[in-house]
Design a protein. Structure first.
Length: 111
């Protein structure tokens, strides 16, 4: 069983290393990805990973830290700060599917 407490550190490691594949292990079947004003919805896992990897290619991660996380009913979220050549706020929304929390939305916003 993957619970929210286990997922947050693993996601954090994926962002710290700039590795979409690590993050993608926790993607739901479809994922909404918002990167610096560009919205792509209902992406397959493969396409969502490619979007994140393109972001990491354009903005290599220097540091990532979790600022806050929380859980409510059948969902949870993680808010982090990603430092690259610019600073980004990362918000990850996860939904419970069976016994596992899976990412159904990733937002990466400047500032």
């Amino acid at each position: 069983m993957i619970n929210a407490q286990k997922v947050a550190p693993e996601i954090s490691e994926g962002f710290k290393s700039g590795n979409g594949v690590v993050i993608g292990k926790y993607f739901a079947e479809t994922v909404d990805v918002y990167v610096a004003g560009s919205a792509k919805t209902n992406l397959t896992k493969t396409l969502a990973i490619a979007e994140l990897n393109q972001f990491f290619k354009n903005f290599p991660t220097k540091n990532f830290s979790i600022i806050h996380n929380g859980e409510r009913d059948n969902s949870c979220y993680v808010i982090g700060k990603l430092i690259s050549s610019e600073e980004f706020r990362v918000t990850i929304f996860l939904k419970k599917f069976g016994n596992n929390y899976l990412i159904n939305q990733v937002k990466i916003e400047k500032g």
